[in-house]
Design a protein around this ligand. Structure first.
Ligand SMILES: [Mg+2]
Length: 255
């Protein structure tokens, strides 16, 4: 019987509960764009107004995600915004991605927290020497989402493996994003369990790789009957404490 070496998690609505945001996102977005624009003004450029950028971004993002869901080629938020700036007359040479991220900043959305059952379960996995990783379909880069994880006191669990679709260039369920995590932790699929809330991206994607796939069912999501009938997780949980008996059955020596 294979040992359990790693557990990989989706991030949003698996580790982080997005049902509790406080709605201040728009104001924060304005402040982020103001910071980028101030930087560009300081270099002698004439950027568009932060308000215009805030207004444009959702439409651009929606278009990019529509294509992405068809192709599984991931959008890239910094690149998307830098393209908008380019179209508004700011040359490509004005900003590189790390500089953009430095001024744009990023952090946890106010009011959005980890699910309460998450940190105690992660502590137990760490105590038993299980490696942990995140595989997210986020269009932010890893350094951006790392800031959120630090604010939410989760970063120390995932510092060896935080894989975002923006960085890999592919979205779950594409195999290459899962493979990036397996390579980062130097583990094989049959030694790995995946936990996620999305039946297609997380459950189907990880099962195709040869991992055990756990569906984290979240109360504030609606799942179509057809999807639920066609994709069968190896286990379904509503709380991380429910993971333990499944791990005991699949990997009897894990604890
Ligand atoms: Mg999710």
């Amino acid at each position: 019987m294979a040992p359990l070496k790693a557990i990989l998690f989706d991030m949003d609505d698996t580790l982080i509960d997005w049902s509790q945001g406080d709605g201040s996102f728009h104001q924060l977005e304005l402040e982020r764009f103001q910071s980028v624009c101030d930087y560009l003004v300081g270099l002698g450029y004439t950027p568009p107004s932060p308000a215009w950028l805030v207004e444009q971004l959702p439409q651009r993002a929606e278009r990019a995600w529509k294509i992405a869901h068809e192709t599984l080629i991931s959008p890239h938020l910094p690149q998307l915004i830098m393209d908008m700036l380019f179209e508004a007359g700011i040359p490509n040479t004005a900003l590189d991605v790390p500089t953009f991220i430095e001024y744009y900043g990023w952090d946890a959305a106010p009011g959005v927290m980890p699910f309460r059952d998450v940190p105690p379960a992660l502590d137990i996995f760490v105590q038993h020497g299980i490696q942990l990783g995140i595989v997210t379909n986020a269009y932010q880069t890893a350094p951006m989402r790392q800031r959120e994880l630090k604010t939410q006191s989760l970063w120390h669990y995932f510092q060896h493996c935080l894989i975002t679709a923006a960085d890999v260039g592919r979205l779950k369920p594409h195999p290459s994003i899962f493979q990036a995590a397996l390579s980062a932790l130097n583990v094989q699929p049959h030694e790995t369990v995946f936990v996620g809330d999305n039946l297609v991206a997380d459950v189907l994607g990880s099962q195709r790789m040869g991992m055990k796939a756990v569906w984290r069912k979240v109360a504030h999501h609606h799942y179509s009957q057809a999807t639920q009938e066609s994709i069968l997780p190896d286990a379904t949980i509503t709380d991380f404490t429910q993971l333990f008996p499944h791990l005991d059955a699949w990997f009897p020596a894990w604890r």
